[in-house]
Structures are given as structure tokens and as C-alpha cells.
Design a protein around this ligand. Structure first.
Ligand code: HGY
Ligand code: MN
Ligand code: MN
Length: 411
């Protein structure tokens, strides 16, 4: 039974400090991948990693690693911890940062206790997990796991027409290590749930056994600009109206499906975007998710069929670009059971669950046994400044991570 515990004040203090870095003029937390704000967050994280006496490495896609090696374990495959420190727009302070900072905290706690692991322990902050500026999301860990070439990733054009590789150069995080340079013995990611399940069940820990499939698409609908006042309703090729019909179609279908399927249109833009001009173009994104691959494919097919029908009915042309597509992932059962053992030994309770959100763990699971630990999100709120997890839960989650790492690092 492990009697060690993490330094709660250090972890909570760093979460608060990192949560203040990258705020815009409206005090919104925005640390998009490759931005100056991302650089400021990265520099802070690297400073903490260096101060902890860890070796710092950055790979070619900008993934940051803090590595704790011992002379007598240096050649062993490391236990890898981590998450991401980039954020969405107007983010909470826990998404990603909690896992990266807890991974660092666990290593510092073990170092301070004079613990000598049988293998190196490392913590990663993966580049562009959110995918808000550059699609797809989980990009840094996807490249690390060999699912996307470095060349292709670095050439990604952002929503602001910047190039990811140029931005990483500009902010000083175009590293030299080849992605995949550390082959993990195991990977464990601690993360807030970002959903309502744990809070509703009154359970402090989620033992995450799988993660749902994700499909991101960008849809462009082209109609005809025309005068809002003179064009009879029967003579319009209104791209804006057609787009609205897609939004309603997706929501009604997912709401009425009685399955875990979720559908979201998060971004939408009209051209020329003028009050008295019928939109000639509507561009929007579609985020579809489902834990079952067959159902996710059926949802994609249903949308494609609807778009075909809509194009004919509204006399518009519709094109679709795929931005991301990840199949559902099942995590390593042994590590899930280690999480449950650690929870029992600390006298807590855990619930096995599916992750609704995408995470770096789903990518690292391609190259190593991987699993996740969740802590509750109050009101299930995330990707929102109201994102919150009680301190006791944050500390408990980090201590479970500590216990699991002690077991994995002793193997
Ligand atoms: O999209 C996601 O689920 C994650 O927040 N990148
Ligand atoms: Mn996250
Ligand atoms: Mn997120």
C-alpha cells in the first residue's frame, strides 16, 4: 500500500498560475496551438519541468517531454504520463493542464521521497490537442503515435491561414527529437471528465475503459447572393437557410436516436455576411461522435444522404471536407484494473466509464498500453470558464495517478 501523497498546494497553485497565462483582453483563457499565448504556457511548463531536475526534450511537432531517468534504469521503456496545455477559446483552467501538471507533480513527489523506479518516468504536454486552430485535434499525440506524418502536420493550414510548422518555429518549439523517440512501457492520463456522470453518481474517480469515435467535417454550401428585399422567397438559392436546415437535421436526428450519438455544429460563417444580402455561401463544421463505429458510420452516411437531398431541394451546391476521423478506442484492461485497485486501497470508489471527449491517450494507445483516470466536472461543464472540479477531487485523482505510476514503474 502506498503511503505517499502528492504536494497538493504545489499542484493547485500551478493549476491556478497556468490558468492565468494566455488570457485575452476580455479575460478569456485562449491558448491556441502555436500562438504567443501557447508559447507563454509552454515556457511556464518547461520552467517547472527544469526546476524539477528533469531532462527536457521537444520533438519536431512541438510535443514537450520532461524525463526522469536513473543511471540504472535509463535504457528501460518509460512510464509516460501527460496530457495537453493548449486550450479552446474561453476555456476552463483544468482541461488538459490538470493531467500534464499532475504528471509532473507525481514525478516530483517520487523524486523528493527518494523513490528509485525500475524504469524512467516521463511527462508529456502534447501539441495541439484541441484542434481549434489546426485540425485534427489530438494532433501532437497522433503524430507521436505514427498516425500522421510530421511533414503533413507541420504543413497544416490553420483557421487563420497560418501554417503550424511556421508558428512552432516562431514560438521556439520546433524541436529536434523524432516523434515516437520514447517508446512508453505504459501511458496513463489523468483528466477531468468534462461530462456529468461522476458528479451525478457521487463517485470521485472514473476508470476510463474506452473512448468514443470522432468524425469532424467542414461543409460548404454555395447558393446565390441576392437582394433581401426584392427577391421572392420562391426564387432564392439561400445558402444560409440550407445550412440552418442541416443544423436542425443533425440535432433532431441525434436527439431522437435514443443512442449515445452526439452531433454538434460549432462553427458557422456566411458570405458576404451582410444584413440585406441573401447568403451566397455558408461554411460550417460538423462534429459527430459515437462509442460504436458502425453507428458512427451510419450517422456519417445519413448526413451525406441528407446533404444530397438538400442540394436538390434548395438548388444549392454542397461540398464536404473531412477534418478528423478517429475510431473508438478501448483502453488497456490491466491498467484500468490498477486504477481500481488504487482507488480501493485509498478507500474511495470508482466507476468504469467511456470518454465522450477525445484525448491524447486514444492516440498513445496505438503504441503502448494506455488508460485514463477521470475526476468529476461540476455540472458536467467544460470548454467553458465555469469548468470546475473540487480541490479534494483534484488531489484524490493525482494521488490515484501516483499509486498507479508506482506500480507501473516497479515492473
Ligand atoms: O474534441 C475533443 O474532444 C477534445 O477536447 N479535443
Ligand atoms: Mn483535454
Ligand atoms: Mn478539450
Amino acid at each position: 500500500m502506498n503511503t505517499l501523497s502528492i504536494n497538493a498546494e504545489r499542484l493547485l497553485g500551478r493549476l491556478r498560475e497556468l490558468g492565468q497565462i494566455g488570457r485575452d483582453s476580455d479575460d478569456r483563457l485562449v491558448r491556441l496551438a502555436g500562438s504567443d499565448a501557447d508559447k507563454a504556457g509552454r515556457d511556464t511548463f518547461v520552467a517547472w519541468v527544469r526546476a524539477a531536475g528533469l531532462e527536457v526534450a521537444v520533438d519536431r511537432i512541438g510535443n514537450i517531454f520532461g524525463i526522469w531517468r536513473h543511471a540504472d534504469n535509463a535504457d528501460e521503456a518509460p512510464v509516460l504520463l501527460g496530457s495537453h496545455i493548449d486550450t479552446v477559446i474561453n476555456a476552463g483552467i483544468f482541461d488538459g493542464c490538470y493531467g500534464a501538471l499532475s504528471g509532473l507533480e507525481v514525478i516530483e513527489t517520487l523524486k523528493a521521497a527518494g523513490y528509485v523506479p525500475a524504469r524512467p518516468i516521463a511527462v508529456a504536454a502534447f501539441t495541439n490537442e484541441e484542434g481549434v486552430r489546426y485540425a485534427p485535434d489530438m494532433m501532437g499525440s497522433l503524430v507521436y503515435a505514427g498516425g500522421l506524418s510530421v511533414k503533413e502536420a507541420l504543413a497544416t493550414v490553420g483557421t487563420d491561414d497560418t501554417i503550424l510548422g511556421e508558428e512552432l518555429e516562431r514560438i521556439g518549439y520546433a524541436g529536434s527529437e523524432e516523434p515516437g523517440f520514447l517508446k512508453p512501457h505504459a501511458y496513463v492520463e489523468l483528466h477531468i471528465e468534462q461530462g456529468p456522470v461522476l458528479e451525478r453518481k457521487g463517485v470521485p474517480i472514473g476508470a476510463v475503459e474506452n473512448l468514443q469515435g470522432i468524425s469532424w467535417q467542414r461543409v460548404t454550401i454555395d447558393g446565390d447572393a441576392n437582394h433581401a428585399g426584392t427577391t421572392p422567397m420562391s426564387m432564392r438559392r439561400d445558402a444560409g437557410h440550407a445550412a440552418a436546415r442541416v443544423v436542425t437535421f443533425l440535432r433532431d436526428r441525434a436527439r431522437n436516436a435514443n443512442t449515445p450519438t452526439v452531433a454538434t455544429v460549432g462553427c458557422m460563417g456566411f458570405e458576404p455576411n451582410a444584413i440585406n444580402v441573401i447568403p451566397s455561401r455558408a461554411t460550417f463544421t460538423v462534429d459527430l461522435r459515437d462509442p460504436d463505429e458502425q453507428r458512427l458510420q451510419a450517422e456519417e452516411a445519413a448526413l451525406a444522404a441528407y446533404l444530397k437531398e438538400l442540394a436538390a431541394a434548395e438548388e444549392v451546391t454542397i461540398s464536404v471536407e473531412r477534418l478528423a476521423r478517429f475510431e473508438p478506442v478501448t483502453f488497456d484492461r490491466r491498467i484500468v484494473e490498477l486504477v481500481e485497485d488504487a482507488v480501493r486501497e485509498r478507500g474511495l470508489t470508482a466507476k468504469r466509464m467511456t470518454s465522450g471527449a477525445g484525448h491524447d491517450a486514444q492516440m498513445i494507445a496505438r503504441i503502448a498500453p494506455a488508460a485514463m483516470i477521470f475526476v468529476p466536472s461540476i455540472g458536467g461543464i467544460s470548454h467553458n470558464p465555469r469548468e470546475h472540479t473540487p480541490e479534494a477531487d483534484l488531489i484524490a485523482g493525482a494521488n490515484i495517478l501516483l499509486d498507479v505510476v508506482i506500480r507501473l514503474a516497479a515492473e
